[in-house]
Design a protein around this ligand. Structure first.
Ligand code: TYM
Length: 320
């Protein structure tokens, strides 16, 4: 089984990225050949400063490694170290129906938030399909927001197979129902672009301030509170044991405890959860060449697979 996923270096990673994709991806590295990449070509659709893009890309590598990605088992590489993927994106774009891309939720959402409708933004799902298909991927661990993109990947693979014969495998999304949409401070999906994020490796004071700013209703301290749909409870469930979670839910229903105290409990758990990863991150930072070595080894392996698949594709469509 080949497992593949990507993450955009468009800013610091948050706990939605961690529980939605990084943790499941790290668990899967024991189950097959795993390839994970830093999607810098994709990030070009939003990041316009070259130094920022370079720094963010290194930071994603550092954070992913600190969270437990094992470079002895999984391949970690930069998207742009495999430029053949842009050639495949072109080939896929020649069969991609405009209507399919026009229906993309993420594109419509970005336009609704005021982003300029560039061709790159519109074509994003085609490049993402190329990212997946160029490695003959079987399984793609992602959060729910990426589900439609993987369905589009399958549609494009089918179009190519129908037109040119059997070229591509059809990949399956792997979405964990418990963590498919991690809520942010306002209860909406956590996202850097919504400004409702809690970062994995943020500063302690800032992280505490963010947790304390989770939006709640105005139920008074002494009154019972509804744990269903509470963002505090939802986030707490990511870090707490079953008993701890049951206890918080009880305290909610009983009344007598204010939201502020629940938020403090959530912050303590969250901070403690990432403590070993913060330590590992410091260790990695001490070895100046570690990240470069991991990325160059990763690029080599990713290129081997991509070259093989591209030979098959070029032959099938008549470019060789
Ligand atoms: P990106 O960089 O926005 O997010 C990386 C991963 O984190 C997941 N995620 C979440 N999961 C649950 N709750 C949340 N609040 C949350 N926020 C983010 C995302 O679902 C994603 O899995 N297009 C992709 C990157 C990409 C890719 C690929 C992924 C490019 N090519 C090929 C898989 C395969 C993206 O923008 O993810």
């Amino acid at each position: 089984m080949r497992i593949l996923s990507g993450i955009q270096p468009s800013g610091a990673l948050h706990i939605g990225n961690y529980f939605g994709m990084m943790r499941p991806a790290i668990a899967l590295q024991a189950e097959g050949e795993a390839l994970y990449f830093i999607a810098d070509y994709h990030a070009l659709t939003t990041v316009r400063d070259p130094e920022t893009l370079r720094a963010n890309s290194r930071r994603v590598a550092l954070d992913f490694l600190a969270c437990g990605l094992d470079p002895e088992r999984a391949t970690l590489f930069r998207h742009s170290d495999v430029p053949q993927v842009t050639e495949l994106a072109w080939i896929l774009s020649t069969v991609a129906p405009m209507g399919l891309l026009e229906r993309a939720h993420s594109y419509k959402d970005k336009l609704a938030r005021g982003m300029a409708p560039t061709v790159g933004l519109f074509n994003y799902p085609v490049l993402m399909a190329a990212d997946i298909l160029i490695y003959d991927s079987d399984v793609v661990p992602v959060g729910k927001d990426q589900k439609q993109h993987i369905e589009m990947t399958r549609d494009l693979a089918v179009k190519i197979n129908e037109t040119f014969g059997q070229v591509f495998k059809l990949p399956e999304p792997r979405i964990n129902p418990q963590t498919q949409v991690v809520p942010g401070l306002d209860g909406q999906k956590m996202s850097k672009s919504y400004g409702n994020n809690i970062d994995i490796f943020g500063d302690e004071k800032e992280a505490r301030k963010r947790v304390m700013s989770i939006v709640t209703d105005s139920t008074p301290i002494e009154a019972p509170k509804d744990p269903e749909g509470s963002t505090i409870v939802q986030l707490y469930s990511l870090f707490a044991t079953k008993d701890e979670l049951a206890n918080m839910r009880e305290q909610f229903k009983k009344g007598g405890t204010g939201y502020g105290d629940f938020k403090k409990e959530l912050f303590e758990k969250l901070w403690e959860y990432f403590a070993p990863m913060r330590q590992r991150r410091q260790e990695i930072l001490r070895d100046k060449s570690y990240i470069d070595n991991v990325l160059s080894k990763g690029a080599k392996r990713a290129n081997e697979i991509a070259d093989q698949v591209m030979e098959r594709v070029r032959k099938a469509v008549g470019l060789r």
